[in-house]
Design a protein around this ligand. Sequence first.
Ligand SMILES: [Zn+2]
Length: 296
Amino acid sequence: MSAEVALIQLEREVLRTASVGTFLQQVAALQVLVAMASPGLKDALYALVEPKVEATTAVAIRQAFDIGAADASRLILAGTTATALSSWDVAAPLGLGAGIGGLDAAATTSLLTAKQLATVGVDAAVYLAPVFGFADRLQRTVTREIIGGGNTGTVTIAAAENLPTVWIAERNACVVCLAYAGEVADPGKQFPGGLTYGKKSYFNFGVVVPPRHDRCRCTLEPLVSMDYAGALKREAQRSVLRGFSLQSESMAVRVDATDRLLKRKSLDAPKSVIAYAQAAVNRGYYTRRTPVPPKA
Ligand SMILES: [Zn+2]
């Protein structure tokens, strides 16, 4: 199992855990009730259980770190997770998990605020906004910290072996993450800020480890061969040219990225892929966002 899959499973486990899972389920039920303009909304709000997430997430971040470290050890063939586990002490002062501080207090505040607003006769959408806002922050934070924890584990092991790390993006990643695919950072160095296949980014700060943005699922690997980094870059460019993407990304952004990439003199892609991409630009959209499945 790849580190990426293991990290996503870990993230789901945390979000399913006891009070967190119950809270998120109740919030989802509230959203349905709001949509139906149900009269039972206030009762549901008052029954809402306050999630306690910091302790659970802290344990998960440490597990994520170990997953990243073990995966890196396997790739380096250094072999043991003994290095990985002891490296936590090196990584812990890096501020790993700092983002979860205050989540429990924020949960209490959001519920209290919602309940107070509910007593003064405002619309349900207004008094529930603090709860919905917190649920969103909760999910984003857990994802960010766990994926970041795993990648920090990878970086820590790679640095211990004095190896650079290489950025891995999913095939249907966004135009920003695809621009990071195949990027290499030397031990102790950051990835550059501002990379994208799209419109110029004003985010110009270096990136220590992915996630690069909310819901980013990019991972790192210790780089053993520069050829691999080059291959990842070519693959990412092909993903741009083929329009592989998620529905959440706008079609206009993808077509614009393809147009920009086609204008690069250094572009290295098969003629058929370039023709496919040019047709999409001329048309103004891609007819599909996923690869054509092989015929059975
Ligand atoms: Zn990403």
